[in-house]
Design a protein around this ligand. Structure first.
Ligand SMILES: Nc1ncnc2c1ncn2[C@@H]1O[C@H](COP(=O)(O)OP(=O)(O)OP(=O)(O)O)[C@@H](O)[C@H]1O
Ligand SMILES: [Mg+2]
Length: 469
């Protein structure tokens, strides 16, 4: 049992407290013992003196000494009928140094007197006054030596201390055992659960089931349980995500190879004899190139970050038109969603063209999907402009606004999706890409009349990056 353990502390503290309690009992007990001692001497002296008074004649010296020795006193004085009479006497070994009147002594005074009696090692003579038993007179007065009283008090005190020590040890052991059973065993159980859980946190069998009888411990167990449940489920989710990530990476990798082959064939279409095929070929090549790029960036995303933007200056209106064309083609019901633009034709922007395409495509696709889900017609408008510091592009729609969940987990991967088949990555990717440009993506407004996202791309970064190129 080590002192820095709960059980060790418990045992030490219990012993200390019991000893302290016993000390508080010891002082009054000693005072009581002294009082009993003196009263019993007085009683004996009274009996001896009554025996002497019973005989009319004076008694022999031997008998008187014997009576006094039996009573354990030196002198006895009785006051009866207002007459003070020295009934028994013997020579006293020294002067009387103090007189104690037991009829008037208070509790504190008694304790004080007994401590003084214990402290004084010398044998002295004292006078003690008390009331005779059975009202056999007005007063009895004895003279005694202090040494026997002190010895008796020491003897009594030591016995009391021995009993206290035994009692405190017994109490400490009992309390220790009770603490072991009530506190330590359940605590150890929680600790062993925690260690087992720490060794395999994904294993639900290691999650603690609260069953402590102590309310506080049960509370701790419940808190631990809910924490373990959260940790385990988020670990599982992370594991699933990692697996999904691996799967996506594999698919993207193979898809890229397939698309590269398709790209080669598409290139050849440009030499086709059919003019219609020749016209469509560049668009097809562009689409396939974009798909290849997407696969590559997905692979890069699997490595935790998007590649740094490759900046170039290009007219924004053209890019927006491409996005709109792709979204119009992808639209479920023709004509349900109307696309508008409000972009000055001369506005050129310095950014990574493919990345910005993905940002606008994600925002427009979300808006289109939200409108289509309502079954009502709607509009999506891409507007843009520039200030001294940055370029801004707004994507506004007349859809139903973002659901609460999407707003709560805005830009958080995998969590904000409310769409069937949605992965919840679109806005995260868009936000990542814009931030990669040193810009920011804001949700300006979202209510039942529509949503507005705004992209800000700083000129500073673009110019700085340009200067380095
Ligand atoms: N313009 C919008 N109008 C209404 N809801 C929107 C709009 N844009 C996003 N949302 C909501 O935000 C959610 C998250 O969008 P996000 O693009 O991140 O994921 P997703 O569209 O569900 O899946 P994906 O990863 O395929 O894009 C969507 O499920 C949708 O509920
Ligand atoms: Mg989306």
């Amino acid at each position: 049992m080590r002192p820095n353990t709960i059980s060790g502390r418990f045992a030490v503290l219990t012993t200390m407290f019991v000893v302290l309690a016993e000390l508080f009992i010891l002082l009054p007990s000693l005072a009581g013992f002294r009082l009993d001692y003196l009263e019993s001497r007085m009683e004996r002296a009274q009996i001896a003196s009554l025996a002497v008074l019973a005989t009319d004649e004076s008694i022999a010296l031997d008998l008187e000494s014997e009576l006094l020795a039996t009573a354990g006193v030196l002198n006895v004085v009785l006051r009866r009928d207002d007459v003070r009479q020295l009934v028994l006497s013997s020579p006293i070994p020294g002067p009387i140094i103090a007189t104690y009147d037991l009829r008037t002594e208070g509790v504190l005074q008694t304790i004080d007197d007994s401590l003084a009696a214990l402290a004084d090692r010398q044998n002295r003579v004292i006078r003690v006054i008390g009331a005779p038993v059975n009202q056999a007179g007005q007063l009895i007065e004895i003279t005694i030596e202090t040494a026997p009283l002190r010895l008796a008090m020491i003897d009594y005190g030591l016995r009391l201390l021995a009993v206290s020590a035994a009692f405190s040890i017994l109490t400490a052991v009992l309390l220790f055992l009770a603490a072991q059973r009530l506190i330590l065993v359940p605590i150890r159980r929680v600790i062993s659960h925690m260690s087992a859980y720490a060794s395999a946190p994904e294993d639900v069998r290691h999650i603690i089931i609260p069953d402590a009888r102590l309310a506080e411990l049960r509370e701790a167990e419940s808190a631990l349980q809910s924490m373990q449940q959260t940790v385990t489920s988020s670990l599982k989710q992370k594991e699933r995500m990692a697996q999904l990530g691996q799967a996506v990476a594999k698919i993207s990798h193979d898809l890229r190879n397939i698309l590269t082959t398709a790209q080669i064939f598409a290139d050849r279409l440009e030499d086709s004899a059919d003019p219609a095929v020749r016209r469509a070929a560049p668009k097809l090549v562009k689409s396939i190139t974009r798909a290849v790029n997407l696969c590559e960036t997905t692979l890069a995303f699997g490595k935790a970050e998007e590649p740094a933007p490759t900046l170039s200056r290009f007219p924004l209106a053209t890019l927006a038109t491409e996005v709109i064309e792709a979204e119009t083609l992808a639209g479920e019901a023709a004509g349900q969603v109307e696309f508008l633009t409000d972009i000055p034709p001369s506005l050129t922007i310095r950014a990574d063209r493919d990345q910005l395409y993905r940002v606008l495509a994600n925002l427009s696709r979300n808006a289109r999907q939200a409108i289509e889900a309502t079954g009502q017609p709607g509009t999506i408008e891409i507007g843009a402009g520039e200030t001294e510091d940055d370029w801004w592009i707004k994507v506004c729609d007349s859809g139903p606004g973002l659901p609460d969940r999407a707003r709560e987990y805005l830009f958080k991967p995998f969590t904000g999706s409310t769409r069937r088949g949605g992965t919840g990555l679109g806005l995260t990717i868009a936000d990542d890409l814009v931030r990669g440009h040193g810009g920011r993506l804001d949700l300006l407004r979202s209510d039942d009349e529509g949503s507005q996202f705004c992209i800000h791309i700083p000129r500073g970064l673009a110019m700085g990056a340009d200067a380095n190129r």
